[in-house]
Design a binder for this molecule. Structure first.
Ligand SMILES: Cc1ncc(COP(=O)(O)O)c(C=O)c1O
Length: 396
C-alpha cells in the first residue's frame, strides 16, 4: 500500500457536515425534521447580482482570469474596507481574491506558517480553523473561551498558552458558534499582546455584517495593527452568496505575495463572472440595502427566540442572546448530558436538526448550536420543540 499524508489522521470530518449527513439520512426515511443545523442564509442571492453574473457570462467572461482577482474587485474590496471597517488597504498589493472565506483563511495560514509552529485558537470555535492549521503541520493550542467569560479567552489564558514556538493567533468575531465578539478595548489589548510576542493575528471576519448591538470593530483598525493582521473576508454570509465561492484576504504585501503564489498554483483564479458579480455586490447601494434587510430578518428571528425563551422560562435550556452571526449557542448544561447525545435525541425524538457544541471544542460541551438562518416559522417552531423536549428530560 502506498503511503498517505499522515497529517490527515489528525483531522476529523467537519462535525457540522457529519451532523448534516445524519440529518439528511434521517429525513430520507420519510421523517420530518426542522433543519436548524447549517450556517447558510435561507435567502436567495439578490436578483441584481444574478443579473450581473449572467451578463458577465454572456459577454464571454468564462475563461481564465487574473489570479489575484480583477483590479475592479480588489478596488471594490478596498473601498468596502475603508467604508465599513475604517481600514485602508492597497488594492494593488494588499488584497487577494479567494475562493470564499475558507480559502482566504487557508491561503493566509499557508503564507505564514512553518511546520511545528504553535497556533493559538480559542475554544470553542469553528472547527476548520484548527483543522487547517493541522493540515499545514502546525500545533494547535486551544485557549479556553468559556461561557462565563462571554466566550472570550482571558488574557491570563492567552498568556499561559504562549510557547517559544507560538507564531499565530486565530480569531473569529462575531464567532461561529457563539455569536460573541469583543469590545474595542479587548481587541486593542489583544493586538498589544500579539505585538509583544511577535505574533500574527489571523482574523476571520466573515460574519462582520451580522451584529445586533454595537458594530464589531475590525481587528486591523488599531495603530500599527495592520502589519501583523491578516483579514479573512467573504461575500457568503452578508450577501447570501455561499455557493458562489468568493471572498478575499487583506494582509501585508509580503503575505499577499505568498498567498498569490499558493492560489495561483492551486486554483488559478476565482471564476471571472463570479468576480464581476462580487465587485458589484460589494459596491452597489441597492445590494447593501438588501444585505441590511437580511440582517434585520435575522434580528427579528433572534428576538422571537428570546421572546419565546422569556415566555417558557425553561431552566433546562437557556438561550443566551447572541451578539452577532446567525446562531444561538443554546446552553443545555443543566441536563448534564453530552451535547452529541442531546442532538441525537433531539433529532430522533423531536425532529430537530442541530449541531453539538462539542464539535467546536471542549468548552462547547453542554451547548448546542441552532441557526436562525431559516424561516421565521421554522426558527420559532423549532425553538419551541427544543424547549418542550428539554422539559421532558428527567433529572439534570
Ligand atoms: C467562521 C467561518 N469562517 C469561514 C467560513 C467559510 O465561509 P465561505 O463560504 O466564505 O468560505 C464559515 C462558514 O460557515 C465560517 O463559519
Amino acid at each position: 500500500m502506498n503511503s498517505l499524508n499522515q497529517q490527515f489522521e489528525f483531522i476529523r470530518q467537519s462535525p457540522t457536515v457529519a451532523m448534516n449527513d445524519r440529518i439528511v439520512a434521517f429525513m430520507a426515511t420519510g421523517k420530518k425534521v426542522i433543519p436548524l443545523q447549517v450556517g447558510d442564509p435561507d435567502f436567495a442571492t439578490p436578483q441584481p447580482i444574478l443579473d450581473l453574473a449572467m451578463k458577465a457570462m454572456q459577454s464571454g467572461l468564462t475563461h481564465y482570469g487574473p489570479s489575484q482577482g480583477f483590479p475592479e474587485l480588489r478596488q471594490a474590496a478596498a473601498l468596502k474596507l475603508e467604508r465599513d471597517n475604517d481600514v485602508i488597504y492597497d488594492p494593488e498589493s494588499e488584497i487577494l481574491v479567494t475562493h470564499g472565506g475558507i480559502h482566504a483563511f487557508y491561503l493566509a495560514m499557508q503564507s505564514i506558517l512553518n511546520p511545528g509552529d504553535d497556533v493559538l485558537v480559542p475554544d470553542p470555535t469553528w472547527a476548520t480553523h484548527a483543522n487547517m492549521a493541522v493540515m499545514l503541520r502546525g500545533n494547535v493550542i486551544r485557549v479556553p473561551a468559556p461561557a462565563e467569560n462571554g466566550f472570550l479567552p482571558s488574557f491570563a489564558d492567552w498568556e499561559r498558552a504562549i510557547t517559544p514556538r507560538t507564531r499565530v493567533i486565530v480569531i473569529n468575531y462575531p464567532s461561529n458558534p457563539t455569536g460573541a465578539y469583543p469590545t474595542r478595548a479587548y481587541l486593542q489589548k489583544l493586538q498589544d499582546f500579539a505585538a509583544a510576542h511577535h505574533l500574527w493575528v489571523v482574523s476571520d471576519e466573515v460574519y462582520e455584517n451580522l451584529f445586533y448591538g454595537e458594530k464589531p470593530t475590525c481587528t486591523a483598525a488599531f495603530p500599527n495593527a495592520k502589519e501583523r493582521t491578516l483579514l479573512v473576508h467573504s461575500l457568503s454570509k452578508t450577501y447570501a452568496m455561499t455557493g458562489w465561492r468568493v471572498g478575499y484576504l487583506a494582509a501585508p504585501a509580503l503575505v499577499i505575495e505568498n498567498a498569490l503564489k499558493a492560489g495561483q498554483n492551486s486554483i488559478t483564479c476565482v471564476a471571472p463572472f463570479v468576480q464581476k458579480a462580487a465587485a458589484f455586490a460589494l459596491s452597489d447601494p441597492g445590494v447593501q440595502q438588501a444585505a441590511q434587510e437580511m440582517r434585520a430578518a435575522y434580528a427579528r428571528r433572534r428576538e422571537a427566540v428570546l421572546r419565546v425563551a422569556g415566555e417558557l422560562e425553561s431552566k433546562k435550556v437557556l438561550a443566551v442572546p447572541p451578539m452577532g452571526a446567525f446562531y444561538f449557542f443554546l446552553d443545555f448544561r443543566a441536563l448534564k448530558m453530552p451535547s452529541l447525545e442531546i442532538c441525537e435525541r433531539l433529532l430522533s425524538e423531536a425532529g430537530m436538526g442541530l449541531v453539538p457544541g462539542a464539535a467546536f471544542g471542549q468548552q462547547g460541551e453542554g451547548f448546542v448550536r441552532m441557526t436562525i438562518a431559516a424561516s421565521d416559522e421554522e426558527v420559532e417552531a423549532g425553538f419551541r420543540k427544543i424547549v418542550a423536549w428539554a422539559e421532558t428530560v428527567k433529572g439534570g
